[in-house]
Design a protein around this ligand. Structure first.
Ligand SMILES: [Zn+2]
Length: 321
């Protein structure tokens, strides 16, 4: 199934105007959001926990997006710049082979940063991408062949998650149907979707969460292999179809959250970021994650851009590279 992404015309002045408007809007809207009602349910989540022996999750840092702390989470400093690692993960599944979750920043983010963040963003070095840091290259160095990957799950279509999608020509690419529809309806530079990376991808698996079953505190889930080992979760809000991946590692369940949570503070402190496609939905998903963690204390949540949170994961099934 071909994804046809329609880029819209865009100018640098429009980008600056939009950014300035967003900053003014966000700083003016500090009313607390009401805590949503989330049923404390573990329906569909088998207890006691049983992990999949032999399953590994490999974590690769493909570079970083440099942002202001307060933009990442409410309560952070407005003067502290932080590097937000662009993480990509490879699940080495004992029966299903290699599965990629997000592909991180690609080489073009290093050689042509203005394509992604404009002239000003490039001058401000918003993107920090070392050489030979692409997911494909790092996998090869780690003895994992990108050609063996038959499924890439994308949390969402922002460019810092799709950058090395071209390294997986044999893979079907699974995205939430809502995300795919959003991109196909037409994206602008301010949407941070890199149309170039997606045009030409022919094997898409859109997941329609509107027809999928709830799981525990989550509204909808998609069991990729029918055995509960790798489950997609509807975590829309950051973008129209952000999804997470709940993986049954041997020691503990691991939730790769994508950008539903940029940092650990996002979900543990329910601290809002500067922007989201739909802040109310973002907020609701954060509480769903938060409540699931209360009910399933072994849960390890891996935010999309938190180096410290990733570094602190200490189970043997989670392999740091
Ligand atoms: Zn991101």
């Amino acid at each position: 199934m071909l994804l046809v992404v329609k880029p819209r015309p865009f100018s640098a002045s429009a980008f600056i105007a939009t950014l300035a408007t967003a900053l003014v809007f966000v700083s003016a809207c500090h009313e607390p959001l009401a805590v949503p009602r989330v049923e404390p349910s573990l329906d569909g989540w088998t207890q006691p926990y049983q992990g999949v022996q032999g399953l590994k999750i490999h974590a690769f840092r493909t570079g970083a997006v440099r942002g202001i702390e307060a933009a990442a989470f409410a309560g952070g400093s407005w003067t502290t710049r932080m590097a937000m690692g662009a993480w990509a993960f490879v699940i080495e599944h004992p029966t299903q082979g290699l599965i990629v979750f997000d592909t991180g920043l690609g080489d073009r983010a290093r050689t042509e940063p203005e394509h992604f963040v404009g002239w000003i963003g490039a001058k401000l070095a918003v993107l920090d991408v070392p050489e030979h840091a692409t997911l494909g290259e790092q996998m090869k160095s780690a003895g994992l062949d990108p050609g063996d990957v038959h499924l890439v799950v994308l949390s969402h279509l922002h460019f810092d998650h799709t950058g090395d999608i071209g390294a997986f020509p044999n893979a079907t690419v699974a995205v939430a149907a809502a995300e795919k529809n959003w991109a196909e309806a037409g994206v602008r530079r301010i949407d941070f979707v890199d149309a170039d990376a997606l045009i030409g991808m022919s094997r898409w698996q859109p997941i329609n969460y509107e027809t999928e079953k709830p799981l525990a505190t989550f509204v909808a889930s998609h069991d990729f292999f029918g055995d509960g080992s790798v489950i997609g979760l509807d975590l829309a809000g950051h973008t129209p179809g952000n999804q997470g991946l709940l993986v049954r590692a041997a020691e503990a369940p691991v939730l790769l959250a994508g950008d539903a949570a940029w940092t650990e503070k996002s979900w543990r402190w329910t601290a809002r970021p500067i922007s989201a496609w739909d802040m109310s939905r973002w907020w609701e998903q954060i509480w769903r994650i938060n409540k699931f963690a209360m009910l399933e204390p072994r849960l390890i949540v891996v935010p999309g851009h938190d180096d410290l949170a990733v570094a602190s994961i200490g189970i043997a099934s989670f392999v740091h590279h």
